[in-house]
Design a binder for this molecule. Sequence first.
Ligand SMILES: [Zn+2]
Ligand SMILES: [Zn+2]
Length: 272
Amino acid sequence: MRVVTLASSSSGNATLVQAGATAVLVDAGLSARVLAARLRQAGCEPASLAGIVLTHEHGDHTSGALALARHYNLPLYGDGRTLAAVAANPRQASTVDERPVTMAAHPVGTSWQIGSLQITSFAVPHDAVAPCGYLIGTPAWRVCIATDCGELTDVMLAQLRQAHLLILEANHDRARLLRGPYTTSLKRRILGPTGHLANDQTAEALWTLLDDTPRWVWLAHLSRTNNTPDLAHTTVAGRLGTRRLRAARLSVLPPTGGPVWDSSQLLAAGQR
Ligand SMILES: [Zn+2]
Ligand SMILES: [Zn+2]
């Protein structure tokens, strides 16, 4: 299984997940043109995707979804309420290309198969119509993607625990957000139970989750205004301590993507 991040920040999110001949894009929060270019850079022809899987309707996750789906004739997967919200968004729908897009609705909390990938969605607390995270994988390997959540619930922890690669939000540093330029109402939204995870919340969750089992952790969806890669890494690494850090390979995702996780290379390197 191979996972490539194509974008991760408050201004755009997209992750490529591949196993065998099956490839899916989780979220499509960049223009279709940029997404297609980054997919090709990652060695994936956009038309070969089996579909685009959406976590929720916010623009930083869906801005290129309809256009990419139309252009390459790809189905959109997600909860029916999320798909309806994306289709109803005039900024999404207003493209010259009006070809219909196949919408494959799967309620939050269900599992389904796309080619060789098993997809399981689970609810996350966030201010969208039906926000969810995904556990995606094969019988051998699994990635869990959980961004855009105000709190970490037991349901989320149970899904994250099943994954080898954890892509978990570390959106902001609390102090930096509070003294930063955002309006009081926006700060309240981000800090609230359906907003975004602060570095210390992510650190606490990972401390609970991680044991001596080798896992890979990608800190994701960093705010460019209210966080830095150093702050996120230092906060999480500081809480985890030496023993847990030895088992967990911790990285911070850059906003423009790049990092690749490849299970075949891990096996070759004897890191399983
Ligand atoms: Zn987001
Ligand atoms: Zn969101």
